[in-house]
Design a protein around this ligand. Sequence first.
Ligand code: PLP
Length: 343
Amino acid sequence: MTTTLPLTRDQLLEPVHRLPRERFAHLPTPLEEAPRLREALGPDAPRIFIKREDQTGLAFGGNKVRHLEFRLADIRQRGATAMTIMNPAVSNHARLHAALAAKFGLSAHILKIPSDQDAIVNGNLLLARMLGAEVIEPSSADPDVLHAEYRALKERLEGEGHVVYDTAEDPYSTIAGAFGFLIGAVEMLEQFERLQIKPDRIFLVYGASAAGLVLAGKLLGEKYRVHAVNIGDHHDPYDYVLDFAMRTSELLGYGIEITRDDFDASAEYGSPGYAVPGDATIEAISLAARTEALIVDPVYTGKSLAALIGEIRKGKIGPDENVVFIHTGGTPNPFSYSEHLLP
Ligand SMILES: *Cc1c(COP(=O)(O)O)cnc(C)c1O
């Protein structure tokens, strides 16, 4: 298909609205300005707005609740009764799938990838247990062992008569994340229109949500530039987002190419590594809490906020710009990191 750009918002959303979706997210999420955070960043800091995807409503919320609306419809269409998940203790994905299972009468089974945050049952892991998920300790952290035990888990469930939905590997499940942020992009643009300004830059953790925002911006001819932040895992920050964006463009029939020139990405703010907060992350968490009573987390949003702060301090963002920080959630995670967060 050849696409004449820009699309109208209705044209953009038409294929999204054709996808099966069950609505339970609290939408629209608020868009709030953060004047005290701006002030703390000095006279050259831009206006900063926070899009509160941490307020989507399901068991502590997060960006994934938008995604789960599409996933649940898919899970139902396939007649699945059990979901399998392979994630570490700090995983919001695992907690939110456990919540989905509890609310909609499915079962959730988490093979827990060992990590440093396992010692106390707190944060997301505590919530997953409270929500009734089965949490399985693997016998080793070796990836081969993990995958073998994950396969064994699925076989066991099938043997018990379940139809299993594999959230870790199912291609539709992983891409559903981008759909919700095509809707989220339009929602955000409408909120900015009411303020009679336009967003210039958008900072968030890289992934499917970032891909949805990049794709929507290009299709709508919007000038905003997305900055996707690697949070210390192994993916290339550009390739990871591009893959989601391209697959979404194809699946929904938009027929456009997304390239590296269409957005910014960075890996430096992810250090020292996944689920390990560095000084910049701890500083961002503390600053957000003390200036805006905004709780960001040591695994995801503390790093994306550190990126925004870091780019402002480098002078990469002008004082006349309007910047959006997408708060993608992760709010149970600080409870697992008290020893990092206390001075
Ligand atoms: C999972 C997660 C992300 C990334 O999600 P995508 O669906 O890949 O966009 C970002 N932030 C938080 C807090 C998350 O839990």
